[in-house]
Design a protein around this ligand. Structure first.
Ligand code: NAD
Length: 260
């Protein structure tokens, strides 16, 4: 068991990468706090974990609201006694239309800018800061951020808000890693690309949008869409003691895409 008795809080764990990782972490002995804005799916994830004989509880948290993040940490302390692992994984794609369609610099809205900065960057900063307060009481911990391959290599034809916000998480990872090394708190980030989530499945299921996935696959030297299980295993490595010397690490999970 790689995470025996560790308390792990994962934002955006009702679906996709976060859900898969939560199930894996719990199977590795962690006590999971599932958090999301999608209550039905979040409760279902926690229930699935418990039905598999492992430990999980759900707490609603809109990560863009700091008081929600405070409530989330309090819930973790109340339910399982503290926080050992905090993973800010919640995120959404930019609602802004693509560069080709709109000329993104001119047509990007203030609303899109604020939403993207808040859900990725603001939430990452305040969530991690609150988690650190709890980790200091326990003598250490592990923080993970979900950034994106789009933050490592500017994506062509997409609105800039998502990659800029995700790039901010990379700098936050490095600054916090340096600051917190003396406190036995490791801070790392993953940068996934083209993972098989419901969004990709939806594109594949439609003849008119299938070509978008084909284009993504052509950008991957490995020549395939990556699976959520693969991301979950990489995340498990980073938060576990197997990665004890790793802090400030920015791990591309991208089938070689950003090496092109
Ligand atoms: N799927 C990919 O190919 C890919 C690639 C790079 C990065 N990412 C990142 O991975 C992370 C997980 O995405 P996913 O692909 O599993 O998508 P997903 O939509 O399946 O999961 C994201 C979860 O975040 C939750 N969420 C959104 N806004 C929230 C908020 N304000 N507060 C709390 N929860 C909120 C959603 O309800 C959802 O459950 C995201 O940060 C995403 O940007 C995904």
């Amino acid at each position: 068991m790689q995470l025996k008795d560790k308390v792990a809080v994962i934002t955006g764990s009702a679906s996709g990468i976060g859900r898969e990782a939560a199930i894996l972490f719990a199977a590795e002995g962690a006590k999971l706090i599932i958090s999301d804005m999608n209550d039905e799916a979040g409760e279902a994830t926690a229930r699935d974990i418990r039905e598999a004989g492992n430990q999980a509880a759900y707490c609603r948290c809109d990560v863009t609201v700091v008081s929600n993040l405070e409530r989330l940490m309090a819930f973790a302390v109340q339910t399982y006694g503290g926080v050992d692992i905090f993973w800010h994984n919640a995120g959404t794609a930019s609602k802004a239309v693509s560069a080709e369609e709109a000329g993104y610099h001119r047509h990007l809205t203030e609303e899109d800018w604020d939403q993207q900065m808040n859900v990725h960057l603001k939430a990452g900063f305040f969530g991690a800061r609150l988690a650190v307060d709890e980790m200091l009481k326990r003598g250490g911990g592990s923080i993970l951020f979900t950034s994106s391959a789009a933050a490592l290599k500017p994506p062509v034809g997409s609105a800039p808000t998502y990659p800029i916000a995700k790039h901010g998480l990379i700098l936050l990872t490095k600054m916090m890693a340096v600051e917190l090394a003396k406190n036995n708190i490791r801070v790392n980030a993953i940068c996934p690309a083209s993972i098989r989530t419901p969004m990709i499945e939806g594109l594949l299921a439609n003849e008119e949008t299938k070509h978008i996935v084909d284009q993504l696959v052509r950008q991957m030297p490995m020549g395939r869409i990556l699976e959520i299980e693969e991301v979950a295993k990489s995340a498990l490595f980073l938060v576990s003691d197997n990665a004890s010397p790793l802090t400030g690490t920015i791990l591309a999970i991208d089938g070689g895409r950003t090496s092109l």
